[in-house]
Design a protein around this ligand. Structure first.
Ligand code: SF4
Ligand code: SF4
Length: 472
């Protein structure tokens, strides 16, 4: 029996010897491609523009993994917010899984930076300089003449320039636009590490878009690899309607003695023109069914719609639909699996919202200084030494900081001056608490401390006060 799934044993971009088969997709055109172009322009404008937007002198978005400082839409997250960050990551993963179960790889086709840069930036430049897929293939096979050298040089010069731009933007999200400008404008010797990072990132981006291309989606991207476990028969993906399309076959000319046009009438709507295969950037034939290589780029949908228009048949032979949608005409999105994921997702979002609402922008931590015992001081008072930290997550400095004892009568003496808690930084110091030994009822006394900035209470802290064993 013929193995109809044999196409799953290999990928279309590697031959039997394991050598790369370069893909020369035909330039797509159509309503989906136009819509994706508009979406891409908006997303690219956001990607390149957001690092320039600042709130109170800080970036709107910052992912400084080196200094463990993160800013999301003007809100500063420090390592103390790790639980929020971890929960946000879990929520994101559940959202991605839920989204994929329902809508397949819609993200890959419309939002993923790899697809946007590859198909909407680098590929468009390639079409512009080297022509359509067939012309590119011819040019690559041609000997190195003046025309080829010129085209290739211009193309790779532009590619590398864009890679440098992407690397700069990428770095701006990590270190902020101000630091990036310093690296660019000041002598290399002052920012050697930053300069080398820029070069490395530029090289990586150039390699990804000039050489790796679709292999990133096929062989590297973990999200792509997980499709097999996330998709089910109700997931909406770019799908070929095999019920309508099969058996496929070329349109035959009507025979004069066959008024009923019997040959054509026994065939499905697919005229086997293979245009859907020629436009595919991952070199697959979507008519074989959903495949891991498909990035849902919609190129085959546009191509097939164009053919259907030409032959006067209804559009949508290749369309967004699910396996069950095509087989049974049923469009069931809220399956038991989707409901279960939605429940978990809502619970996580609720928890995240709650934790976020109780999150304080300033945190005070007071700990008894390790290794120090209590001391007896004048007037019958007992003294303990404490270290404090004031974690300022806001975008403004906090001064006039004052500590007050809330639940006991006593004295609180700060060692030196209380420093200004600078924005997005930790202020540290020490103070003594002195309590009258006659007020101590136990070896350990709980002490509540209120932290004020001027008249405004900014946080509470709790600690213990050690004293001598009380004998009454
Ligand atoms: S473009 Fe449409 S008609 Fe042509 S081969 Fe593909 S599915 Fe068939
Ligand atoms: S099969 Fe269609 S949607 Fe999938 S990658 Fe190829 S052209 Fe894009």
């Amino acid at each position: 029996m013929q193995d109809t799934e044999a196409f799953r044993d290999s990928i279309g971009t590697v031959d039997e010897q394991g050598k790369r088969i370069w893909v020369y997709p035909k330039k797509p055109k159509g309503r989906y491609y136009n819509a994706r172009t508009i979406v891409s322009v908006i997303l690219l404008a956001l990607l390149f523009g957001l690092p320039f937007i600042q709130v109170h002198g800080d970036p709107l978005l910052l992912f400084n993994i080196i200094e463990r400082k993160f800013i999301l839409f003007g809100i500063v997250f420090t390592p103390q917010d790790l639980h929020l960050f971890a929960l946000a990551m879990i929520t994101l993963i559940v959202f991605v899984v839920l989204f994929t179960v329902v809508f397949g790889r819609l993200f890959c086709g419309w939002v993923c930076p790899q697809t946007i840069f590859m198909e909407m930036v680098f590929r468009k430049i390639e079409y512009w300089i080297e022509g359509d897929g067939n012309q590119q293939k011819k040019l690559n096979a041609a000997p190195w003449n003046r025309d080829k050298i010129l085209k290739k040089t211009v193309k790779h010069f532009i590619f590398f320039s864009i890679a440098i731009l992407i690397a700069n933007t990428f770095l701006a999200y990590i270190i902020g636009i101000d630091e990036l400008f310093k690296i660019i404008s000041e002598p290399v010797s002052q920012h050697f590490g930053g300069f080398v990072s820029l070069l490395i990132f530029s090289g990586i981006f150039y390699f990804v878009f000039a050489r790796m291309r679709e292999q990133v989606c096929i062989a590297v991207c973990p999200y792509g690899r997980l499709q097999g476990v996330m998709l089910d028969k109700n997931s909406v993906v770019v799908a070929y309607d095999w019920i309508r399309g099969e058996p496929r076959g070329k349109i035959q000319k009507k025979k004069a003695n066959d008024p009923l046009d019997q040959i054509t009438n026994t065939l499905g709507d697919c005229i086997d023109c293979k245009l859907c295969v020629r436009v595919c950037p991952t070199a697959i034939d979507i008519r074989n069914g959903t495949q891991l290589e498909c990035v849902n780029c919609t190129a085959c949908m546009d191509a097939c719609d164009e053919i259907m228009d030409k032959v006067g048949r209804e559009r949508g032979l290749i369309r967004y639909d699910s396996f069950n949608g095509i087989k049974e005409g049923r469009k069931k999105i809220f399956t038991a699996r989707v409901k279960a994921y939605s429940g978990v997702l809502l619970a996580l979002i609720g928890l995240q919202a709650f934790l976020f609402s109780v999150r304080s922008e300033v945190e005070a931590v007071v700990l008894r200084t390790p290794g120090m015992l209590f001391q007896e001081v004048a007037d019958g008072y007992i003294s303990n030494l404490y270290n404090y930290q004031i974690i300022n997550k806001t975008t403004r400095d906090i001064d006039s900081i004052e500590f007050r004892l809330a639940n006991v009568e006593g004295r609180l003496k700060v060692v030196g001056k209380v420093p200004v808690a600078e924005k997005q930084a930790i202020a540290e110091g020490a103070f003594f608490i002195e309590l009258d030994r006659n007020t101590l009822t136990d070896r350990k006394t709980r002490v509540d401390i209120e932290v004020y900035a001027g008249d405004k209470k900014i946080d509470d802290a709790r600690t213990n006060f050690l004293g001598p064993v009380v004998v009454r």
